[in-house]
Ligand binder design. Structure first.
Ligand code: SF4
Length: 360
């Protein structure tokens, strides 16, 4: 094991071994990565205020509670003024950065609205608030327009880098095309975004080897940021039919932490988010992720009224807290994990800065 902790790079077999660890060996692995990562990256953790501003979606991913075909999902779309106020809240509370997320739409009413919103947020926060967006697959022209309007990071999760598995969790059609998704990631990089992706861990039919391949995919793609967490089934989705072959929730949680630690070894200078889904399984889930490799946390600052409706999975935590409660609770949690908050810092991915010679 010790030899794996100092290797320059790791093979598929070595990663599979680390991802599948259990018991005392696993404890040793996680603790060692935690210590090593403080030495290289320091103790700083960065806040990204998360605004899930709309759950209207034109797509039909088999695992997602807000998929187009789920008629039981209560749809909402927060008005621009409320989004700008949430951004001002993030700025005043020294979050440094904001994440705007919604279901996927690519009509011009939507894309132009986002362009104007980005400009308005930049203006309302003196250009000081960093903006990450997570708005799915778009044309190069739209990605470029949003970049020029002020967004500088983009999250587009691949969910699984294994094509066969991808089509077990998405319909195999033009709207859910595996190659398109990869091309979108490449386009985002070409434009100059700090580019993030991620996967779900513990999907039905998924193997340790496929998870190891996911980590190698992040490295091959030269990704700057990763957000990944346990798969949590939603009753009103097609994937729920496979609930009986899922790993127990605790195993999905444990393997998620193993994945974070293994990725930290493989890519020491990227940003890794402590996904909210971890907390849905273990109340201290995100803090544990911070101990073992994650360095970004995303307090939910979506106006509380709508938070319960953005349920990609069920039992999502913190859906009934106001933004201030969420922020206070997280500050304490970060300190409990032995980390420090980088207040008012964008917290750019060091990997990106190294590749580009500067932050954007
Ligand atoms: S995962 Fe994203 S794109 Fe897929 S249905 Fe859910 S919100 Fe839409």
């Amino acid at each position: 094991m010790d030899i794996l902790l100092v290797k320059e790079t790791l093979t598929r077999d070595e990663l599979s071994f680390l991802i599948s660890l259990e018991g005392v060996e696993r404890d040793y692995f996680l603790k060692s990565v935690g210590n090593k990562y403080i030495e290289t990256l320091g103790k700083k953790v960065y806040f990204r205020g998360l605004v899930e501003f709309s759950n209207y979606c034109t797509k039909d991913c088999y695992y997602c509670g807000i998929r187009k075909s789920n008629n039981h999902s209560e749809r909402y779309d927060i008005d621009d003024q409320a989004i700008i106020e949430a951004a001002i809240f993030a700025h005043e509370n020294k979050y440094g950065s904001l994440v705007l997320q919604s279901g996927e739409r690519s009509d011009t009413t939507f894309t132009s609205r986002i362009t104007n919103l980005l400009k308005a947020i930049k203006e309302a926060t003196n250009g000081e608030l960093g903006i990450t967006i997570s708005l799915g697959e778009q044309s190069e022209e739209v990605y470029r327009e949003w970049f020029e309007a002020g967004a500088h990071r983009y999250l587009l999760r691949i969910e699984s880098s294994n094509k066969e598995l991808y089509y077990k969790i998405h319909p195999e059609d033009e709207k859910h095309n595996f190659e398109t998704r990869i091309n979108c990631l490449k386009t985002l990089q070409k434009i100059g975004y700090q580019t993030g992706t991620g996967v779900m861990i513990g999907l039905p039919f998924q193997s340790y080897e496929q998870l190891a391949d996911d980590l190698l995919f992040f490295k091959d793609m030269n990704i700057d940021m990763v957000g990944m967490g346990p798969f949590i089934e939603h009753t009103e989705t097609p994937l729920y039919a496979h609930k009986d072959i899922l790993w127990p929730l605790q195993r999905r949680f444990d393997v998620s932490l193993n994945m974070i630690a293994a990725l930290r070894l493989l890519m020491p200078d990227i940003n890794i988010a402590a996904a909210t889904a971890l907390q849905a399984i273990d109340p201290m889930g995100r803090e544990k992720a911070l101990r073992f490799g994650a360095n970004v946390i995303m307090p939910n600052i979506t106006p509380t009224l709508h938070r319960k409706d953005y349920t990609l999975y069920e039992n999502k935590p913190c859906t009934d807290e106001g933004a201030e409660d969420c922020s206070n609770c997280l500050s304490i949690r970060v300190e409990m994990a032995g980390r420090e908050i980088g207040y008012s810092e964008w917290g750019d991915s060091k990997h990106y800065v190294k590749r580009h010679g500067k932050s954007n």
